[in-house]
Design a protein around this ligand. Structure first.
Ligand code: ZN
Ligand code: ZN
Length: 204
């Protein structure tokens, strides 16, 4: 599996393009903005996007959803408990970042814990990791965890929002801490890190 990180938007969100090297089929994780840049990269790399997957529904992770949906006609996957955030992502973008975009396209599939997403001969497993938002997920494949805003190199995601839960996030971190210690964390923002004792992290 080849991993391409595209850092996009005002909040420097990491969009990941995961590509199965045998078939060139790929997943787009968190297309947070700059749909043109993401689309051009897909075309230049000659990969075949199969799906858009959101780690959670915050607008800085999904602003390019409509553009990619229209360009590639591929299904959108999200955890149902974050649908309320995804559906109002255009309003949040206006409110917090003064960005005007159309409504996001409808989600096509709902993710549940332990779902397996297959693209070509590659797979990632869905881990429901609520806390930062109720429908936050991580995606795991051996050696690799895409952690969204649940876990960063410097700490854990914010839980001061009305729908966040620090106690849920702690339980999610316990779940993550059971993964092998050689797992590389690919976060929603910032640098990669190696999985260590997640329970010692502080909120950033
Ligand atoms: Zn977030
Ligand atoms: Zn974010």
């Amino acid at each position: 599996m080849e991993i391409t990180c595209l850092t996009v938007g005002d909040l420097s969100t990491n969009c990941y393009l995961l590509t199965d090297e045998d078939t060139n089929e790929s997943l787009i994780i968190d297309p947070g903005d700059e749909g043109d840049f993401i689309s051009t990269t897909i075309l230049e790399k000659r990969v075949k996007p199969k799906a858009i997957v959101f780690t959670h529904g915050h607008y800085d992770h999904c602003l390019a959803a409509l553009e990619l949906k229209l360009n590639f006609n591929i299904p959108i996957y999200i955890h149902p408990e974050d649908l309320f955030l995804y559906k109002k992502s255009h309003l949040s973008a206006k409110h917090f970042s003064h960005i005007s975009i159309p409504k996001p396209p409808p989600a096509d599939h709902f993710l549940t814990d332990n779902d397996i997403l297959t693209f070509g001969h590659s797979q990632v497993k869905v881990l429901h990791t609520p806390g930062h938002t109720p429908g936050s997920i991580c995606l795991f494949s051996p050696g690799t965890l895409f952690s969204g805003d649940t876990l960063f190199a410097e700490g854990i995601g914010r839980t001061d929002l009305s729908y966040s839960s620090l106690s849920d996030l702690k339980k999610s971190l316990q779940k993550i801490s059971k993964l092998p210690t050689n797992t590389t964390i690919y976060p929603g923002h910032g640098n990669l890190s190696l999985l260590t004792n997640t329970l010692s992290y502080s909120v950033v």
